[in-house]
Write a new protein. Structure first.
Lengths: 311, 498
């Protein structure tokens, strides 16, 4: 019992995930796990898991990322247009995705870290900038060559996913860099006085996020073979909801984890998909997610003791 | 019984598994200034918090002037005439001094829904004047005041209600002589008016000089109450720790020698605020004490030496010529620093003991790029044993520890980091004598191992007791330098401070 109490932040999200699965299974009569729909869920979750895990490196050190959707969109649009115009191999799209994402994130990181601006503001600006570039250069949605189907293989995607998530876990949880990053979220002043080069660590965290966002962009191009001007819009909110539902504090700190981002994304995506499958109008999905989000925050967020619910 | 202001009977209070108070009976009489002393975690703050309505108690009862009394909040307690001045900051930022004094009482100056701010300002000025702090402008934004003046504003706010009982919780530690005198005068005045004061402090001399009686608490139990005649340092100390104090408190030798090699030097430092043309050399195996008034620039010396702040002119260099301009440069060359504001700057308060101890040394224990929990645990356990940190296990958050144990954790992280140079800014602030003694012995042991220590402190006694060499600062410059000797007295040093 003591163990459960102490680790409630870790255990609750898993309980939530299992509860969501069971409820949806019962209500839908098993339909949500039809092979066809399972493919849908995995497809939708794939991108957001990568984005959430990437962003969790920023949230861990007390940062904020409202730009992820915009950067993801831009990191698909630029290689998309280049490939359409030059007809080079689709595999060149992968490094281009990563480079575009890296440039955006490092630019944002340098402005945030060196000019000491709140990440909330700089990332909001970056989002507008990216979205602006996307709409200007594309003049509408673009359709990619059929070659991109080559990258739409589940075997490849799963291997990449395992490598990236495993790598992210080790990096955040089991290396000095990861612990430094989380320590900054806990208390930046104390982190600096512990001898951490906090600027460098924060910039590295931006680079890690960039890598994951870039890779997510490439595989989205492969699976959908189109790039919409609005691709990725709203994903920044998906990421925030996922991270909170996964049991991580948006203020970051030592408790930050890759696990939270993964579990949280699965909960959000299962709910979104499951609600449609069981016949809830898609216009209501956001409403339901909003309510679930609020309930989770009530139970799980750092509250002072004057709150009416027990800690 | 008419003279009894407050009586607490059989008070029990638990915080989770921690037994903070185990059936305490306590009574305060009219005209009394009652000192309350005990080691960290002995329950002094808890009993006062219960009397002033911050917490309820688990069992037991309170009587105010013979009537049953169950304060539901601090405001409720204030309306019953019980006011408390907290250890930490209790003013509200971003508003003016007079707004702070009359917060929640604006109705007194309100006419037709409009607050008469001029009347409020005048009334605030009058209270501050009475307190002896007439130099504080009631119209000034509170954030322009220093810690001491903000504390005085807080006291003014408490005194406006004309309380029967005033509780002062370790407030004087952070104040200068002027601030302390204001509080002492206030206590004497309340005492002569037949009111009562409860005075919590770690400073024995202060308590013996100003209190009429003294209550000692230990591990949540009231050990004894001493009248003025029975107050005697050795008796009080043994009551506090529950055994005779053995061994030396400070170091006992008057050797005062240290190595030739200069391990850290500060040259012609100008920081644009306090320090002008400041020079300092720290030698191998030296304990260098720096003393002065709070605003003399000595705390800045520590921050500059560790690279937290950069000088506008001049430089801080190590023996090998490395210039320290960032804390990570300092720690890489085995320099450690303990801030005066421990909880805010030297530790991650919600993280575990283990995480706090290993943080500066993570690169040392990284093996093939990875951290292993067994290595981290080993490092943390070593420090727990070495410093006898009182905790259930090292995976416990530090916020549950007492002040002294937190300070041990902070010491532990630099010992684990094998620091060759330690910069300690008020390392024994708010720490009880048992832990203090352990710290002094530890600092001395580090010196004997050839490590160098800069000891910045507002307590002259500890500088005199520990240092090989003492620097006294005044207005950002060195005003006196003394080698270790038996003849140095606090009196002599104070002359150079003012």
């Amino acid at each position: 019992m003591e163990f459960i109490k102490r680790n409630s932040r870790t255990i609750l999200p898993f309980v939530g995930l299992v509860a969501v699965i069971i409820i949806l299974l019962i209500v839908s009569g098993g339909r949500i796990f039809d092979p066809g729909n399972l493919n849908n869920i995995l497809d939708q979750s794939y991108t957001v898991v990568l984005l959430s895990v990437g962003c969790s490196f920023l949230y861990a050190h007390g940062g904020f990322d409202l730009a992820v959707g915009g950067i993801y969109g831009l990191s698909m649009m630029i290689p998309g247009i280049l490939i359409l115009r030059t007809s080079m191999s689709i595999w060149f799209a992968l490094p281009i995705c990563i480079v575009v994402s890296l440039v955006c994130y490092l630019l944002m990181g340098i402005v945030t870290v060196k000019l000491q601006l709140p990440a909330f503001i700089t990332s909001l600006c970056m989002q507008f900038i990216c979205r602006g570039i996307v709409t200007t250069i594309s003049k509408g949605n673009i359709t990619l060559p059929a070659d991109f189907a080559a990258g739409d293989s589940w075997v490849l995607k799963i291997i990449v996913l395992i490598v990236l998530l495993g790598g992210a876990y080790i990096l955040l949880q089991r290396t000095a860099f990861g612990k430094f990053n989380r320590a900054i979220g806990e208390n930046p002043v104390a982190a600096r006085q512990s001898g951490i080069n906090i600027d460098k660590v924060r910039l590295l965290a931006y680079a890690v996020a960039a890598l994951l966002v870039g890779v997510a962009g490439f595989f989205s191009m492969c699976s959908s073979r189109t790039v919409a001007t609005l691709a990725g819009s709203g994903y920044e909110m998906n990421v925030i909801v996922a991270i909170v539902l996964g049991g991580m504090s948006l203020n970051g700190g030592m408790d930050s984890s890759v696990r939270a981002a993964i579990v949280g994304t699965l909960i959000v995506k299962l709910l979104e998909n499951g609600l449609v499958i069981i016949g809830v109008s898609s216009t209501w999905t956001n409403f339901v997610i909003g309510v679930v989000f609020l309930v989770v925050i009530l139970f799980n967020y750092k509250r002072n003791k004057s709150g009416f619910l027990p800690r | 019984m008419s003279s009894e202001l407050i009586r607490a009977e059989n008070i029990v209070k638990n915080f989770g598994l921690t037994k903070a108070l185990q059936g305490v009976d306590f009574a305060l009489n009219a005209g009394e200034i009652r000192g309350l002393i005990g080691e960290n975690g002995s329950g002094k703050s808890t009993i006062c918090s219960i009397i002033s309505g911050i917490y309820g108690c688990d069992s037991g009862s309170l009587f105010l002037k013979g009537e049953p009394y169950t304060p539901t909040s601090m405001v409720d307690a204030q309306q019953h005439g019980v006011a408390m001045i907290m250890q930490e900051m209790g003013t509200i930022s971003n508003i003016k001094v007079c707004d702070n004094i009359f917060i929640g009482k604006e109705a007194l100056f309100t006419k037709n829904g409009v607050v008469n701010r001029r009347a409020m300002r005048k009334a605030a000025g009058k209270i501050l004047e009475e307190l002896g702090a007439g130099d504080i402008d009631p119209w000034a934004p509170i954030d322009t005041l220093n810690f001491e003046n903000r504390k005085l504003v807080e006291i003014a706010r408490a005194m406006y209600d004309d309380p029967d009982i005033l509780i002062v919780d370790e407030t004087t530690t952070a104040l200068s002589q002027r601030g302390r005198d204001i509080i002492y005068n206030l206590c004497d005045k309340m005492s002569s008016q037949g009111k009562g004061v409860i005075f919590i402090s770690h400073d024995l001399d202060e308590i013996m000089e100003h209190c009429t009686a003294l209550t000692v608490l230990r591990d949540g139990v009231l050990i004894d109450t001493l009248e003025k005649e029975r107050m005697e340092p050795s008796l009080i100390k043994s009551l506090m720790v529950g055994r005779e104090m053995v061994g030396d408190y400070y170091r006992s030798d008057y050797d005062g020698s240290y190595g030739e090699e200069v391990v850290l030097s500060m040259k012609d430092i100008y920081d644009g605020r306090e320090l002008k043309d400041f020079n300092l050399e720290l030698h191998k195996g030296e304990i260098l004490g720096i003393g002065g008034l709070s605003e003399c620039g000595m705390h800045e010396v520590g921050r500059l030496a560790f690279g937290i702040e950069k000088p506008l002119q001049g430089s801080v260099t190590l023996a090998d010529g490395t210039e320290i301009n960032q804390p990570y440069v300092a720690t890489k060359h085995r320099v450690g620093y303990i801030s005066k504001n421990r909880d805010q700057e030297s530790m991650m308060i919600t993280a575990t003991i283990l995480d706090n101890i290993v943080l500066p040394s993570l690169k040392d224990i990284t093996r093939s790029g990875l951290l292993f929990r067994s290595d981290e645990k080993k490092m943390a356990e070593e420090q727990r044993k070495l410093l006898s940190i009182k905790c259930n296990n090292v995976d416990q958050p530090v916020k549950g520890l007492s002040g002294g144990n937190k300070q041990k954790v902070v010491f532990g992280r630099w010992i684990a980091n094998k620091s060759e140079i330690l910069i300690l800014d008020c390392p024994t602030r708010g720490v009880d004598i048992g832990v203090k003694q352990a710290m002094y012995q530890l600092i001395y042991k580090l010196k004997q191992e050839g490590k160098s220590v800069i000891l910045i402190s507002e307590e002259l006694a500890e500088i005199i007791g520990m240092s090989d060499r003492i620097i006294i600062m005044k207005d950002g410059a060195v005003s006196g330098e003394f080698a270790r000797s038996e003849d140095i007295t606090e009196h002599k040093l104070i002359e150079y401070m003012i």
